[in-house]
Design a binder for this molecule. Sequence first.
Ligand code: GAL
Length: 977
Amino acid sequence: MSDYWQSTAPGAGCRASRAQAPGDARTMSLNGTWRFRLSPTAAGTGTAFQTDEFDDSDWDRMPVPSHWVLEPFTPLAGGPARSMRGTSEGPLYTNTSYPIPLDPPRVGSDNPTGDYRLAFDAPDGWAHAVLRFQGVDSCAKVWLNGAELGWSTGSRLPFEFDAPLRPGRNVLAVRVHRWSAGTYLEDQDMWWLPGIFRDVELLERPADAIDDHFVHADYDAQTGCGTLRVDASIASIVEVPELGIRMAAGEVMTIPVEPWSAHSPRLYRGTLRSPGEVIELAIGFRRIEVVGGALHANGTPLTFRGVNRHEHHPDTGRTLDRETMLRDVLLMKRANIDAVRTSHYPPHPEFLRLCDEYGLWVVEECDLETHGFIFTGWEGNPPDEPAWRDALLDRLVRTVERDKNHPSIVIWSMANESGTGKTFGDMRTYLTERDPSRPVLYERDPSYRDSDFYSLMYPSLEELDAIGRRDETRPDGVTDAEDERRRALPFLLVEYAHAMGNGPGSLSDYWRIMTAYERICGGFVWEWIDHGFNARDAHGRPYVMHGDDVADYEPRGGRFSLHGLIFADRTPTPGIVELAKAYAPLQIDMVAGRVRVRNGRHDGSTADLAFTWRVEVDGYARGQGALEVPAVAPGETVVVPMPVIDQFPLGEVVLTVQAALAADAAWAPTGHVVAWGQATIATRSPSAHLAPVCGGSRVSGSAELRVGAARFDPHTLRLRRLGDLDLDGPWLDLYRAPTENDHGQGDLNDIASVWASTGMGRMVDRIDEAEAGDGWLRVTGRTGPSAHPHGVAWSMCWRADGDGVVLETVADFVGPWENTPYRHRDIWVPRLGLLFALPGGMDEVEWFGRGPGETYVDSYEGSRIGRFTRRIDDLQTPYPVPQENGNHVQTRALQIRGAGMPTLGVQGRPTVDFTARRWRSLDLERAMHPVQLVDSGRVWLNLDHRQQGIGSASVGPALPERYRVPRERTTWSVRLG
Ligand code: GAL
């Protein structure tokens, strides 16, 4: 078929896939500035550009590697450079939908096509050269000096051609189509980013070079021995000096070794030498196997502390440099992450070399997803169509052949979300024959017949617990035999905890279940990084662009591209703080007056860690020292006496024990905290008891009301002054700006739309009456939305208390909150609390409670109890889509202050949630980007009895009931002063 880009064939003319390894054969990078011209159809600029003599002097310049849609660009007709970002010619984002008609294998005639040209001088003295492309999205045809070399699809996979160079000047021409038949196999939830986006290299292939090699390095935990065999495509010698190994390729040697693991990534460096070439070996001995329905590494059960990682950079898309890849690895290691699923394609090979070296277990996924066939009801799904078989197998073969020698890769994942089909059976057979050393994963086929794991995405805590017990519900449409087989498989939680926007919640809850059952070999949070791009609005103000910022294009996946644990610029979010605690390899807790340390590492004792203790009273340091903890073997627990701590007559005494690196590690410096535990070991808090008020009379008239230092507006009956501080409030506050998780997924768990349709964001207050007595004032009223019958009846009772006041609030849910007259919906309130307006001059908060980052009822275990001071402007987490943020649970006390103004002190009785920001929830809700949030001139302080948790419902189960705000009569109090 002449329209190669619309053919189900994977390509033509390419060399056989093979391993990549550094060696002494010379290489020449062809990265750099190429000539480029974009055309609207697959015909490109025609045929002349392939020829040597073609004049490209007026063509655009294009960096290679890059995605042309992300580069400043000069259009065909000339004119100033412009950016395609934000237009339908630029980066497009869809989640499940294909951006082209579902008409496989054809694509539309509008098919942006980039013609690239590069002239280069041939290196001297090369016998033979190979041209290697590490990744071109989505289909490329290549000519050298006018002669066609071949073409390829498979965007995140390498392809090579024999390259007959001539002395002196050579001209390389590459035609890249944005859409191709390959597009049907690449429907991952991510931006569509065409271009030559990974390196282009020329490789010298001397006579008798080693074309391919396969390192088999097994480890037997019983004997402590490794068994090495290196297969090579030509007679070669294997040398590993450190092990005294010198043997022929194909021979087997068994010898005592230290195994490779993510915690101890022991690599033995060696060489493989043929008459024509020496290549470097980085050998890690390890055995990964399924034993008794559980996953074992080196003889011990393995539980992945994982994340899903896409390749993303906010300027360059999926073109990443080594520094960025290393940054990902270090950020992961420092957050106690020890495993990565390369969702949903093989990464740049350098990332895998870093995983080998720094230690991360890798589940490598093939570049295959056909999710958009949901729109045909899976009719014609490529894995089930013989016409696509070669293309699918080609993708898997290229994945495995390129990466088979990485010790970090422990599981092959055949695809993501590609339905079912016979070709998966063929892919499985290939893997079993080619690489029996690694188990195989495929999550989407309910029979799991081709998978060594049972696997799901986003189960609820209850479902996960049932899976741990092997008591899960049987999937529909499977046979008894399949059901029985599945129940005996280990379970791998391929995606969980959707980190979109503010979230995820319940990380520690999930982790507790995962570690409770040997069947569950861990999980991978969705996902590592926000896929957002740096952009500027019409006023030149920077913002993070997401799918909804692309004008005039459908379908679009909206802001669903932002679901990372780190922001697009790699700033950590609060989610990663929580994850670092959940994934901490040591559990440290205080039990019966002693400190208990459990080593939850897969391997490695705690000898590399130094333990220290610290005592704080009401958040003020009162003592600290080293804690003697003997080295704890993996899986073992020790209990040591608590340090001797002085008695303190007043206040909350909190003991913190932490374990930090005693010496520099490759991935973090000395002192990096790996794990910590905390407990309140003594406390003396103010009595929550308030004497009943009595002997009052009804307030009427317009005289100013006072309770101790508090003065109230006679009309609104709100607090207007406390001592010398002007303020206003409180309003009963039942609302928050919906988080991404509050929006649920489609119609599912979309509590935000229930709030919107039942008026929860626009409450109206009514004062019913006020009564005052000696040193007290009680105001009663009702707060409810316009147009709806539900509301909250409340009373606020103020009592003088020394130089301050205690406010006790009673709230009662009245009217239909459940099964409402409006479409029979149940309404959960996101918060039950009090909102105050303070002068805009307030600029700092000091608090004693959880911190320093934001915390929620289902996400606070990663934040310590302590005393923290932050500027108000720094209390907001700049989520690229504005939403609720900046809450602090379990706050015992806080002070809010500003230069030249009285300080407001707040005490929880015993605790409150607080939020302080310069705008209100409605402003957060309305803003599309953080640049649209403007200072309202006041500081809005929330003192809440409770705010609901954050959950994971943007893809995942509904927020567990225990993290909601109960709709029941509730009384709470705070002291202001
Ligand atoms: C999964 C999918 C991911 C991502 C996630 C939701 O179904 O595998 O690629 O789309 O859902 O963010």
